[in-house]
Every structure is written in C-alpha cells, then in structure tokens.
Design a protein around this ligand. Structure first.
Ligand code: CUA
Length: 155
C-alpha cells in the first residue's frame, strides 16, 4: 500500500493530537485527582429516616453564620417544608431522595440540582438578601410533581 506524503503528515498529526489528549486526561484524572464531583456520598434510600443527618432534617450551625442544611426529598414534598435562614448565611445544602428522582432548584439563585435515591447531592449558596424563596422540583416525579415545594425565609 502506498501512502501519499500529505496523508502521512495528517495521520501523524492526528496521532500526536490523540496522544496529547490522553496525556492531559491521564495527568488530570490520575496525577491531579480531578473527578466529577457527583456520587460521592451514599445513603440507603429505604433507611433515610433512620440515617443521620437525615433523621433530623434541618439547619445545623457549623461556623460563623455558616450552616449545613440537611434535607430530604420525597413524593411530594421536602423535609423540612419551612426553613428560616439568617440573612448573610452561607448554607451547604445536602439533599437525598427517599423514593424517586427529584429536582431541587431555588429560582433566582444558582441552586439547581438533581436528587437521586441512594445519593447525597450538595450545593452551597450564600443568602445575602432577606426575603422568601421557594425550593421547587423540576424533575417530573408523579401526579403531584407541581405541588412539591419547600419555603425558605431569609431574615
Ligand atoms: Cu419531585 Cu417533581
């Protein structure tokens, strides 16, 4: 088989690009330990109510106006359904589902994630403004999907 000179040049460029890509990927994933941040924490979805911290969902102070907010999602609501947050608080949401896949979004903020049974998903948000916020489900989960919400009051 005869390869034209330009074919050889382009083939070697392609080969080099592939090697460069694999080196970048390998260095990032294995040497620097960069992995997707999901699926890090697990919980048995049938035992959420007995598993700390989800046996007592709610706000836990962990620092100077910094809180963990442990929440459960279920058909068709969130626990707790009503949350009071001090103004300026940095809140680390940790959320898991007791049944099916749900959404967890707070319109007007960057908080927007999926909540899957068996997994704990997390997001951090600082509430700089006083006011009322809704946590809404944006993942269709059944007949009363549109009723699924929780209310946050920041003051
Ligand atoms: Cu939960 Cu839709």
């Amino acid at each position: 088989m005869h390869l034209h000179k330009y074919e050889k040049i382009w083939l070697s460029l392609g080969g080099l690009a592939l090697i460069a890509f694999l080196v970048v990927l390998g260095v990032n994933a294995f040497a620097m330990g960069s992995h997707p941040p999901s699926h890090m924490a697990y919980v048995d979805p049938t035992k959420v109510d007995q598993t700390a911290p989800f046996d007592k969902p709610g706000l836990v102070q962990i620092g100077d106006n910094e809180y963990d907010l442990n929440m459960t999602a279920f058909v068709f609501g969130y626990g707790p359904a009503q949350i009071e947050i001090p103004k300026g608080a940095k809140v680390h949401f940790n959320v898991t589902s007791k049944d099916v896949a749900h959404g967890f979004s707070i319109p007007g903020t960057n908080v927007n994630m999926m909540v899957l049974p068996g997994h704990v998903n997390s997001v951090t948000h600082t509430f700089d403004q006083a006011g009322e916020f809704l946590i809404l489900c944006n993942e269709y989960c059944g007949v009363a999907h549109h009723m699924m919400m929780s209310n946050i009051v920041v003051k």
